[in-house]
Design a protein around this ligand. Sequence first.
Ligand code: C2E
Ligand code: MG
Ligand code: MG
Length: 402
Amino acid sequence: MLNNLAIKILVLDDETFMLKLIARMLTNLGYGTVVTCDNGLAALALVGTAENCPDLILLDINMPKMDGVEFIRHLVGQHYRGSLILVSGEDERVLQSVEKLVLAHAITVLGYLIKPVLPERLSALVGRCLPPPKGAVKTVKKIYSESELQAGIANGELVNYYQPKVAVISGEVVGAETLVRWCHPQDGLVFPDQFVGLAEQYGLIDDLTRAVLSSALPQARTWLDAGLSLRLAVNLSMDNLLSLSFLDYVVGLTAQAGVPPAALVLEVTESRLMQDQRVSLEILTRLRLKRFRLSIDDFGTGNSSLAQLRDIPFDELKIDQSFVHGAWANDTQRAMFDASLSLARQLKMETVAEGVEDRADWNFLRQRGCDIAQGYFIARPMPAEDFPAWLADWEQRREQLL
Ligand code: C2E
Ligand code: MG
Ligand code: MG
């Protein structure tokens, strides 16, 4: 725990009354070093000094001269490394969009406060503040070269993790999603956001997807043999759907593994704009005719849109996690969740909610009647060998969740 006295806090608000009020609350909470400013320029002058640069800024986003959003732009320009709490009398949606804006700049946002500021909420947010590590440099993610990635795939360094999908109504395990990881000899376990996009750029995505499928399908067979009627999902890139040979590959491999097409779910997002949709549309339609299940992933994010829903015969709609986790407490998210759910129902598609992180999210799904849940609350993605132990544990847990 950081000593309260050691945190340097700056309160920025154009109203003198607010400044005094918040400063007093902070002092009462035991924060010793609180400075106030009534305009952005004065605050930026402080941020610019090594001595007085605050660890935390409470920022009023509605100010007459330099508004909060402009102030944040200057903070980014000055490479501010502390934290931020946004304060406003505006409604939550404005605060949320400013919060998103700041997150895009890698400044830590501890949260937001709606005026009138309540001491309990203030205390909870300020309590999250950690001092910026001395001399820390932002960790830059490694960018793998084409030959590194190619070698990794060829050497069998990709491993599949599996995350369960469970029926909300019964808690029954109905499927699992395959999520690829790169078991890198030097860097350890590397997550897909660090190499799937690159594989697309380097033209290696077919190799990657084939590697994933070629171990996922035998795994699906193993589970079926063990009496688990799971549908196994695999993520496809739109780039996989550019050539008809991919279709033959999937059909051939599924038959060879002895997995019925209806037990394989193909999750699709549109990560890039397609030049020509005809081939992908043809492949998806033919896969569907062969009884493979098609799922639209990350629905609602702009990568997966209404136009796709109109054009492609999907069986399943995955509501993006950004509309799920915390939706019970957030009007905007909940509206989008409900709209997605209703759309899926009207189109007779099964609904999967991603990002179910806690009991409150789970309860919300039960109340809304969503079909399937996936998320950390149920299980984190795991290697196949951990699945039986998780399953035994889940059988115990699920009783209490219904
Ligand atoms: P996705 O298909 O939407 O997969 C869900 C992601 O959310 C996974 O991240 C999963 O670990 C994470 N997740 C699951 N439950 C929770 C939760 O409760 N809270 C939060 N915050 N996150 C949760 P992961 O494994 O890092 O994968 C990221 C993305 O990479 C996937 O998103 C998918 O688009 C892509 N990807 C993964 N494997 C493959 C693959 O084999 N091929 C292709 N083309 N893309 C893949
Ligand atoms: Mg997916
Ligand atoms: Mg998703």
